[in-house]
Design a protein around this ligand. Structure first.
Ligand code: PMP
Length: 441
């Protein structure tokens, strides 16, 4: 039984069998064998509050997810070359959440694969090849998705920026070129797309489109100023490009007020990319687009994925979306998110190291600084807080170009008492860090 294995042995075995560039979370890695709702349990049965993972969207080990998987595996599991009502039921459920022209679904196995397909759709529909995307973005681990992910191609040892990709600044109104004191910041950030379009023209390229995480996550849990995305999309469309919204992190009710992030931005994408939470842990990605774009793509070779849209995947995906509705999880994300954000803002009054608190629902970033005026990133402090929180059995992460932004992104089932626990522990960990004289940066 797994329960008898020591963390040390499993860790040693892993070092031998896995590549060294697959990193573990935490200095003292945690081994987790069971989960229930927003709780995880280690080999000793000790509980951890999962305030980090967005994949278990409706909670770990949800009984309805268990039941639907078991039921479908008992019947059969096959592919989309055969008719099955579960396929169309899942597609109908997704498109019922999306505005009108977004009505054609493609099922794949991951977020990476979904972005890969989105890129092909944009190229087929536009006739162009060049893409524009914000800096520090992440869209996946496949060749095309990596080429669109500045977070990877600009990392040490990365492949560098492809000539067909133009970067614009992340619309970060706390750290970027235009900040909250500038009422025209949305438009100014969006205007950077004009320079990218000029660069494409200068190299004799042709625009395929624009891709962005609606709210950049690895970029630092960024909420762009309202209207930013709509202003970008206007420019992209005027230049004949296709607008892709990567909603892998922001979709499906996590934001509380909005089912998708683009709604908050007053923007309507041509392609929406979904992943991670939509399978609640089962590998599943979805691309939704317009009939026009799908028709252009259909002029090319047949598109088929062996596992994408398997009967099991369709049952799982639909069940996740149904549970979000049936359990009022979007509303819970809103109320719990408000509690968390209010509590974090109260902590900001007590702790000078909290420079900024931002987020919607259960998509939250806490920007730790060495100094509030210079906003110098407190990278070592963030690492200390993340690891001390883990020792106190709360799982959170660090994010952003300087890894100084605490990332809080729990399953949508989290309750008020868990929020209180997180806030109270974070308060005491920050007290502790201050008592130690802050972290040597
Ligand atoms: N897009 C975004 C915004 C993501 O956060 C991720 C995964 N972290 C991906 C795409 C890639 O998804 P996957 O790991 O399922 O391929």
């Amino acid at each position: 039984a797994y329960e008898t294995l020591s963390t040390k042995d499993v860790h040693a075995e892993r070092r031998e069998r896995f590549g060294a560039n697959l990193k573990l979370s935490y200095a003292d890695p945690v081994m987790l064998l069971r989960g229930w709702r927003h709780h995880l349990f280690d080999q000793w049965g000790r509980p951890y509050l999962d305030a980090y993972n967005n994949v278990p969207h409706v909670g770990h080990a949800h009984p309805r997810i268990q039941a639907v998987a078991a039921d479908q595996l008992r019947r059969m599991n096959s592919n989309t070359r055969y008719l099955h009502p579960a396929q169309t039921a899942f597609a109908e459920k997704i498109t019922s959440k999306l505005p009108a022209p977004l009505s054609v679904c493609f099922f794949v196995n991951s977020g990476s694969e979904a972005n890969e397909l989105a890129l092909r759709l944009a190229r087929a529909a536009s006739g162009g090849r060049d893409m524009i995307t914000p800096d520090h973005g992440y869209h996946g681990n496949t060749t095309g998705a990596m080429d669109l992910s500045a977070y990877k191609f600009n990392a040490p040892g990365g492949q560098g920026q492809p000539d067909w990709v133009q970067l614009v600044e992340v619309a970060d109104e706390y750290r970027g070129s235009y900040r909250r004191d500038d009422p025209h910041r949305a438009e100014k950030y969006a205007a950077q797309v004009d320079d990218a379009l000029a660069a494409i023209a200068a190299r004799g390229g042709r625009l395929a489109g624009f891709i962005a995480e609606t709210f950049p996550s690895v970029g630092g849990q960024i909420i762009p100023p309202q209207g930013y995305l709509a202003a970008v999309y206007r420019r992209i469309r005027a230049a004949g490009g296709i607008c892709i919204a990567d909603e892998v992190q922001t979709g499906l009710g996590r934001l509380g007020e909005y089912y998708f992030g683009f709604e908050e931005q007053g923007a309507l994408p041509d392609i929406v990319v979904l992943g991670k939470p939509i399978g609640n842990g089962h590998p599943l990605g979805v691309v939704v687009t317009t009939p026009e774009i799908a028709a252009e793509f259909a002029k090319g070779p047949e598109y088929f994925s062996t596992f994408g849209g398997s009967t099991l995947s369709c049952r799982m995906g639909k069940e996740v979306l149904d549970i979000v509705d049936d359990e009022g999880l979007m509303e819970n994300a809103r109320t719990m998110g408000d509690l968390l954000l209010d509590g974090l803002r109260a902590l900001q009054e007590r702790h000078v190291s909290i420079g900024d608190v931002r987020g919607y629902g259960l998509f939250i970033g806490v920007d730790l600084v060495r100094d509030r005026d210079s906003r110098a990133p407190a990278t070592a402090l963030a690492d200390y807080v993340k690891n001390r929180m883990r020792e106190r059995r709360i799982l959170i992460g660090c994010e952003g170009p300087d890894d100084n932004i605490l990332k809080i992104r729990p399953p949508l089932s989290i309750e008020a008492e868990d929020v209180q626990m997180l806030l109270s522990r974070l308060d005491s960990v920050l007290d502790e860090a201050e008592m130690l004289g802050g972290m040597a940066e």
